[in-house]
Design a protein around this ligand. Structure first.
Ligand SMILES: [Zn+2]
Length: 853
């Protein structure tokens, strides 16, 4: 039997839960009465608990029987065993437990968060983060998603504080100098969705969506930053009620910004918690990307109220049922809210991130076995979220949006308050579509990887073939390489100046289309919804590159992205890729620039130091014209996407391109901004800060540090903090590294600073040594999710010498980041090193010619 799973002969139905957090002593005490259905006579009851002290336990029933068990905590499996001297008879029992614990600093379970009030004094609040398996750190419970039960919490705390939980308050009294707040019963739900937040909190006035009041909560002094989040919160909730055909299932909805928060946000039912940058924003002073982040996260969490909270996966292997849907719905809602943001086009960047990981041998299927808690935590990755959402989008486009929605409604209707497997979703969608879904989708969800579609001309035919894409070659006998998919393909043919679309389901290895008379070009994956890559024969690629403007932005994005992937995989020579980039000097879509720039950043990590001026010249050659045309000033009436692109290009030119004119102008503009004599667009200001870090010395460093400490919005704070990783002088970067463990930087952010330094060609050597020297301290201090993200930075250590050292370190320390996370990082590192070894000479010659030009 799996030591991490609980037996099913005892089922909780109701938790009466009372918790008393004490912010002075950073501890809490608790009592609970759990109503249980005992299905068969037993001498043992098993539930989950960890880092709790159980003070007393007893079991009673309506007949007045009382049994007192021996309690044994099993630390390794995070379980609590209750052993009874006589068998507990089948029927209904009430388990009464008293316990106590610590408000920890690790941002999980019931934890403490620190902030400064408007006067500068340090304050604490208590908050919870239970997903995946940390409710057991706050109260003993059946901590698996299919043990759904009703929760009736009561909180007792110092009277000057406020408390929020999943439901509305039904009673409030003062007893023995404490405020006692009782909350309404929840819907039947999983333990990981329970939440308590206690502190000096402020709320906005509610917005009503039907009868549901929606508020934003924050620590004192930040309410002015709540409007934007509240707007998208209200908009998306209303949209989902219509889309799902089902009212919001709770009695209120609170969105809470928590100063210390390990993840981005958490969909606790009715009490969603966020890190501050994901909820609070001054939309006049924020970049487009910063606003989009808030809109995305709020819309995502709201979508979970149905997908995840009302209907929940039965076990963590099915996490995608929650996360892929919430990600898909987030796009849908933000796209409806701000159509001018073109959210589905920008989604291409997320899809590309999933394609990158899913092209590794160490990838995993979207659905993947999970046993231990740290493997459940590792499921929160791009495969669950972005690949899952991409596959749903591909299916939605294939079935049609109306049919897809009808299937989603049926699924929610059938399984409300229950738990599901992927098969349940297939059935609901299949009923709506009147066709079997598993045949199309099983290959995308239960198998890893995706196809590469190769396209070539052969006489009067166009030939399409599929094979599994991988960055590194398969062994000849590897069965995975033979995998085939049912691929919904949309092809656009241009002939005699006219275009036509063909839709097909590619099932075999190869398919042939007629080459039309007057053939000009063929584009595979029209509109870009497919989760696959396309590799064109050279002549077909040239035909597309001749008129890039004939392609939609997402199609251009995919074209460049697939060429870059082919280069990494050794299917396209690097020189050919560099020539592809030369066709995009006139590009005006920010997503296309994102992929162009990130490929140049990757090259910067594998070049010889003496080639850097050549690379800088190459960057200026590719991005210079677009940057010059957009200039520094936002123009009235231009789109937010253009404003973001302006910032992105300036940043690229001023840092990676080392453009001295841009650097000088950035310094000038920044000074004018500080004196209040220039209104600088937020997107430009963010770029200017990055550029000034790149060129800055000790004085600038100290200034940015002060500005980080005195920032008035979460976004401003983050900009200056990350800028501290963007300097080039070793001494300054050592300073930044030291600060990550000094208590001056929040533990929610510090791992990301280290990650950025590992990715920086100026910081990676220092950061890698620092990581090795301080590994144990980092593990004691940083949240586990932060450690996992931080280690992603080793991909930046792209030399054979570093690679050996990285492998040795992780092996010798026996480090496991959960699931396949570490193998994925190491494989990505190896791919970069191989590119270096394969192309170093060609790249050197190419860049020498640029440096001389
Ligand atoms: Zn989510």
């Amino acid at each position: 039997m799996d030591p991490y799973r609980l037996p099913r002969h005892v089922l909780p139905t109701h938790y009466d839960l009372r918790l008393e957090p004490d912010l002075q002593t950073c501890s809490f005490s608790g009592q609970e009465t759990v109503t249980l259905t005992v299905c068969e006579a037993t001498r043992e009851i098993l539930l989950n608990a960890i880092e709790l002290t159980i003070l007393s336990a007893s079991l009673v029933n309506d007949a007045g029987q009382k049994l007192v068990p021996v309690v044994q905590l099993e630390e390794a499996t995070e379980r609590c065993l209750l052993m009874f001297s006589t068998p507990v008879a089948p029927g209904t029992w009430k388990l009464q437990l008293a316990f106590q614990g610590t408000l920890n600093s690790k941002l999980r379970g019931f934890y403490r968060s620190q902030y400064k009030d408007p006067s500068g004094a340090v304050r604490l609040l208590a908050a919870t983060q239970f997903e995946a398996t940390d409710a057991r750190r706050a109260f003993p419970c059946w901590d698996e998603p299919d043990f759904k039960a009703v929760f009736a919490p009561t909180l007792a705390f110092a009277p000057e504080l406020t408390a929020v939980s999943n439901t509305a308050i039904v009673g409030e009294t003062i007893q023995d100098g404490k405020k006692i707040v009782r909350f309404a019963d929840t819907i039947p739900m999983s333990t990981y969705l329970v939440a308590f937040i206690v502190g000096e909190l402020e709320a906005t006035e509610p917005t009503f969506i039907g009868r549901t009041p929606l508020r934003v909560w924050c620590v004192p002094g930040k309410r002015r930053l709540a409007r934007f989040g509240q707007e998208i919160g209200a908009f998306s909730l209303g949209l989902y009620e219509q889309y799902y055909g089902r009212a919001y299932p709770g009695d209120k909805l609170d969105l809470l910004a928590i100063p210390d928060f390990a993840a981005g946000a958490m969909e606790n039912f009715g009490a969603i918690t966020f890190r501050e940058t994901a909820l609070l924003v001054d939309d006049q002073a924020a970049t487009h990307a910063e606003q989009e982040r808030v809109a995305d996260v709020v819309a995502h969490e709201n979508a979970h109220m149905w997908f995840g909270d009302l209907v929940t996966m039965a076990w963590w292997n099915g996490l995608w049922l929650n996360e892929a849907f919430a990600t898909f719905m987030e796009m849908l809602a933000v796209d409806a809210w701000k159509p001018e943001w073109q959210r589905w086009t920008t989604f291409g960047v997320s899809r590309a991130a999933a394609l990158a990981v899913d092209g590794l041998h160490s990838t995993r299927p979207i659905e993947y076995p999970v046993a231990a808690p740290h493997d459940a935590d590792a499921m929160f990755d791009v495969l669950t979220y972005e690949k899952g959402a991409s596959v749903l989008r591909m299916l939605e486009q294939y079935l049609g949006p109306e049919v897809f929605r009808a299937g989603v409604r049926a699924y929610l209707q059938r399984h409300a308050f229950g738990n599901t497997e992927t098969g349940d979703l297939w059935r609901a969608l299949g009923d709506a579509a009147k066709q079997p879904i598993p045949e199309i989708l099983d290959g995308w969800v239960f198998r890893s990887g995706y196809p590469l579609l190769s396209v070539r001309l052969e006489g009067d035919r166009l030939v399409l073939t599929q094979q599994r894409f991988a960055y590194l070659p398969f062994d000849a006998d590897d069965e995975e390489r033979k995998q085939r998919w049912r691929v919904p393909v949309q092809v656009r043919l241009t002939a005699n100046g006219k275009t036509s679309t063909q839709r097909l389901l590619l099932e075999e290895t190869e398919t042939r289309l007629d080459r039309p008379a007057g053939f000009e070009s063929v584009l595979v994956n029209e509109q870009g919804h497919g989760f696959y890559r396309v590799h064109y024969a050279t002549d077909l690629l040239e035909r597309l590159l001749r008129v890039p403007d004939d392609l939609a932005p997402i199609e251009r994005f995919n074209l460049v992205n697939d060429c870059w992937a082919a280069t990494l995989a050794g299917l396209m020579p690097l020189q050919a890729y560099l020539e592809v980039t030369a066709h995009f000097r006139a590009e005006r879509d920010k997503n296309v620039w994102t992929v162009l720039t990130s490929s140049l950043v990757a090259l910067n990590r594998i070049i010889r130091t003496e080639d850097r001026p050549g690379l800088e010249a190459l960057v200026r050659d590719r991005a210079g014209a677009a940057g010059a045309e957009l200039g520094w000033l936002a123009r009235p009436g231009e789109s937010e996407l253009t404003r973001q692109l302006r910032g992105d290009l300036l940043r690229t030119l001023g840092t990676l391109g080392n453009d001295q004119d841009i650097q000088a102008k950035a310094a000038e503009l920044y000074a004018a901004h500080l004196h209040g004599s220039a209104a600088v667009d937020a997107n430009v200001l963010a770029a200017v800060i990055a550029i000034l870090a790149h060129t800055g010395g000790a004085e600038r460093y100290d200034e940015f540090w002060r500005r980080f400490r005195s920032a008035t919005t979460p976004q401003e704070e983050q900009r200056y903090l990350y800028a501290l990783a963007g300097f080039r002088e070793a001494e300054l970067l050592e300073n930044t590294l030291a600060k990550t463990l000094s208590g001056d930087v929040r533990t929610q952010d510090a791992p990301f600073v280290v990650q950025k330094l590992l990715m920086s060609v100026y910081g990676r050597d220092l950061a890698w040594r620092f990581l090795k020297d301080h590994w144990d301290e980092m593990n004691r201090t940083f949240p586990t999710t932060g450690i996992r993200r931080m280690c992603d930075g080793v991909v930046g250590l792209a030399t054979p010498e570093y690679e050996r050292d990285v492998r040795n370190f992780f092996e010798q320390r026996r480090i496991d980041l959960g699931g396949k996370t570490l193998q994925q990082y190491l494989e990505q590192l190896h791919i970069a090193v191989r590119l270096r070894q394969r192309e170093e000479r060609v790249l050197h010659e190419y860049l020498v010619s640029f440096a001389q030009a």
